[in-house]
Design a protein around this ligand. Structure first.
Ligand code: ZN
Length: 231
C-alpha cells in the first residue's frame, strides 16, 4: 500500500507529494480557477511538460522562491535558462530520465505543440514520476495517440492525469481510449473547466471510466488535498 498526497490548483497544475513535493505545470497567477496565491505554492521540484503559458507561466518565480530545480523538455529548458542563469534547469528528451532526491522523472511523448513567449519551444512531453513505490503519469496536453499503450506497458503508471477538455487536447471520449491503452489504477481528469472553451462534465467522464475501463476515476476539488492510496 502506497500513499501520496495530491492537490489540484486547477487546469493541469498539481502539487504531488510523493516523498518530495513536486509541482507540475505551474499556472497560478493568471489561472482563472486557481484559489491559491503564487507566493504560497510550495515545491521541492518544479516540472513543466511544455512551453505554453498555461503550463509554465509561474515556473520561474516559484522555482526561485522555493530554491527548487526545474525539469522540462530540452528546448524549453534552454529558453527558461536564458531568463534566469542562476536556476538549476534540467533538460530531458523522450525516454530520458533524471533522478532528483529519490524521484525519477521520465519524459514521454505528447501529441501537441510547444512554444514559449512566441518562440518555438521544441517538443511537448508528458512526465512519469516514480518514487520507487508509486508511479504517476501526467500526460501534459495531448491528443490521443496509440503509443500510450507503450507508455502503459513500460511505465505501468498507478495514477494517470489525463486532459479531457477538448479543443486543445483530448476530449472525454478520446480520454477513455487513452485509459484503456494506459491501464492505470486511477485516472484523474485535468485541463477542463478552466475556460468556457474547455467545459466538460467530469461526472459523466467518471461514469464512462468506471463503465468502460478497469480504472477508477477521481474528480479532484481545487485546493482540497487528497491522500491517494494505491494498492
Ligand atoms: Zn499546450
Amino acid at each position: 500500500m502506497n500513499k501520496i498526497k495530491m492537490t489540484w490548483h486547477g487546469h493541469a497544475c498539481f502539487n504531488i507529494d510523493m516523498g518530495k513535493n513536486i509541482l507540475i505545470d505551474p499556472f497560478i497567477e493568471h489561472n482563472p480557477v486557481a484559489k491559491i496565491k503564487r507566493d504560497d505554492v510550495k515545491a521541492d521540484i518544479v516540472v513543466a511538460t511544455h512551453g505554453h503559458s498555461d503550463h509554465v507561466a509561474d515556473a520561474l518565480p516559484i522555482a526561485t522562491k522555493n530554491k527548487a530545480p526545474i525539469v522540462t523538455m530540452v528546448e524549453l529548458a534552454w529558453l527558461l535558462q536564458e531568463k534566469d542563469h542562476s536556476l538549476a534547469i534540467h533538460d530531458l528528451n523522450f525516454s530520458g530520465s533524471i533522478t532528483i532526491d529519490g524521484i525519477k522523472i521520465t519524459a514521454v511523448p505528447a501529441l501537441h505543440s510547444s512554444s514559449f513567449e512566441e518562440k518555438f519551444a521544441g517538443n511537448p512531453g508528458g512526465m512519469i514520476l516514480d518514487n520507487g513505490n508509486t508511479r504517476v503519469y501526467h500526460a501534459g496536453d495531448t491528443g490521443l495517440f496509440s503509443d500510450m499503450k507503450l507508455i502503459g506497458e513500460i511505465y505501468r503508471p498507478d495514477i494517470a492525469m489525463l486532459p479531457i477538455g477538448g479543443h486543445y487536447t483530448m476530449g472525454p471520449e478520446d480520454a477513455i481510449h487513452a485509459v484503456n491503452m494506459i491501464n492505470p489504477k486511477i485516472v484523474i481528469p485535468m485541463h477542463y473547466n478552466t475556460f468556457d472553451m474547455i467545459k466538460q462534465d467530469a461526472g459523466h467522464f467518471k461514469e464512462m471510466v468506471e463503465e468502460e475501463t478497469n480504472a477508477r476515476a477521481i474528480i479532484m476539488d481545487i485546493e482540497r488535498e487528497l491522500e491517494i492510496v494505491v494498492e
